[in-house]
Design a protein. Sequence first.
Length: 420
Amino acid sequence: MGAESMCGIVGFTTAAGHDPAAAKRTAQAMADLIRHRGPDGEGYYADAHAALGHRRLSIIDLAGGGQPMFNEDGTLVVVFNGEIYNYKALHAELTARGHTFATDSDTEVLLHGYEAWGGDLPKHLRGMFAFALWDRTAETLFCARDLFGIKPLYYYKKGDVLLFASEIKAFLAHPAFEKRLNEARLPDWLSMEYLPDDETMFLGVYELPPAHTLTWHDGRLTTRRYAAPRFRARRGRSLGAWAEKIGQTLAESADAHRIADVAVGCFLSGGVDSSLVTRETARSQPNVQCFSVGYAEESYSELPAARAAARALGVPLTETTVTAAEFFAANRAIQWYLDEPMPNPAEVPLYFLCKTARQRVKVVLSGEGADELFGGYPLYRQAVWAERWQALPRSLRRGLAAALPGCGFLRRGAVERKMV
């Protein structure tokens, strides 16, 4: 399940030092390039070795959650993008330890959590997050990204200068950044439509991997993995027992994701994932606003399925229809937001869907991630099948292809050409 909401963070550090006033202006210029991530507010901090900037989309503690945020004595300052779903439990735990809170924001939990647990802070967090925390006393920057990498965080190092931001385009406003194509990785991107490691298509720009922390001190950068999923097969449960357990987990997750001080809606395509999320949300929020997108060409549109699901669930549905002309006209704007090449044309209708939803709500729940958790689509198995197919003698492959009705595409090595 995903909760679609966002802020934007930017910043940089340098061991050699810089003019705080000039650094603050640079941080603001960086944040201006991603102001679409946070239209509700902005804030900046700078000292002789660091500068932080924040663009805010207000979700929790609308009045008191402004950033950058400081701890009691001002020795720690943080900028944060995301939501901490267990922040109330952490708030209570940290208060019992003697920490004093000035706000009801989940952001402040990061400050006191770092005081209590240091670099182990991310292990205590349940949520989607990317944050940067500057320790003024130790002159150390500490950054972290959530377990699944839902919230983005990029960084760029040149000499003793480190830049970080929610989007790569923010680096364009910093004088140390050199915009260069990562030509060596272009074949990888053309083969897979993404880079499977921490590199990006900009030379020297890296994406902090999911479940990782980044620490910068005195010009030295280190990254560390703080968690890893473990898969343990549990046998002996019936299909009905598994279905009940999955249902309970989904209900609990939907409840946690609805934590917000603003209206929460749902994306509804009519598929299994989004329909289940909408059903769980509607149980406590009966008139939850739902949103769907489709094409003017009905045969390619999900709108009929979304309408049927909305009727069955008894929820209001707002529809968005994208024409062919609108589809292609939007590509330039979408590419600007994505920074790197657009691998999936589904980004286009999603762009229009989000524009419509933003007119009514600030947060939406979606069914993102279920495909991966349950093994993905059958097409993901094609590489395995193709490898086994190619292991067969050529004469046998030709014979099988000729014998199988409707499989003429297997003849003359067509599979080999597709997999090259």
